[in-house]
Design a protein around this ligand. Structure first.
Ligand code: MN
Length: 239
């Protein structure tokens, strides 16, 4: 048995192939899995459960079927879909996770997170993150009209594109000290996250026997990809 992890699909109605890859995962490997974890940025943007894009409706039908069939489907928010709420989660059969979770994966204590909290060198982004995760701010945004929220999402996306273009790759990657602190704070020897779009398996020496591993999930811009974790270890697979 194995547990599957995906993140950074950035689903939107204009890129239908991404949903097709995800449907192939749900219809294939996910059927034999013990659980499926979605570690954020499943959607390119999310303006509220009352304004679903077509791809979200289509996806919910498929995931709901799997969930009803007994597959636990966990969802953690990313920096694009942080407004995804309980209403859509119920519709899709998702169990909402907090922003970080420690779970025992076949004997290895593992920290799961979206990954943006580790990018501490990007102070401008961290300021946005603080605001975006604030329940009062979220409630104020959700109280606006759909038209207003769409405009906000569009301008946030433009600002993000501009920011990404003006800040160095190093600043937008995880901060090494933040990573080591997270290993220590949570007492884990493995972490799995997405967000940076730099898929890799990094080894760390934390001064303890066995070492530690940080696994970065791939984005879905060019193809579908998932991480398969079993008692035998973790490996990245294409769909
Ligand atoms: Mn992200």
């Amino acid at each position: 048995m194995s547990t599957l992890f995906i993140s950074d699909l950035h689903l939107e109605d204009s890129r239908a192939e991404t949903l097709e890859w995800l449907m192939a995962l749900l219809d294939g490997p996910a059927r034999d899995a013990e659980a499926l974890y979605i570690l954020g940025d499943l959607f390119e943007f999310w303006i509220g459960d009352d304004a679903l894009p077509a791809c979200a409706r289509q996806l919910a039908g498929a995931t709901r079927k799997l969930a009803d069939g007994g597959l636990p489907l966990f969802f953690m928010h990313g920096n694009r879909d942080f407004l995804l709420g309980q209403e859509y989660a119920a519709m899709a059969g998702f169990r909402l996770l907090p922003e970080s979770v420690v779970t025992d994966l076949y004997g290895t204590p593992t920290l799961l997170l979206h990954g943006d909290s580790l990018c501490t060198d990007d102070t401008e982004y961290q300021a946005f993150r603080l605001q975006a995760r604030n329940p009062a701010w979220q409630a104020a945004v959700l109280a606006r009209s759909v038209v207003e929220r769409l405009a906000m999402a569009r301008s946030a996306r433009d600002a993000s594109t501009q920011h990404t273009g003006s800040v160095s790759m190093e600043i937008m990657d995880v901060n090494d000290e933040a990573v080591r602190a997270a290993f220590r704070e949570h007492g884990v020897s493995r972490m799995i996250h997405g967000h940076t779009h730099r898929p890799a398996m990094h080894d760390y020496d934390l001064g303890e026997p066995g070492g530690a591993q940080r696994i970065v999930l791939a984005d879905w811009y060019g193809a579908g990809s998932y991480l398969d974790v079993s008692a035998a270890g973790a490996r990245s697979r294409d769909i």
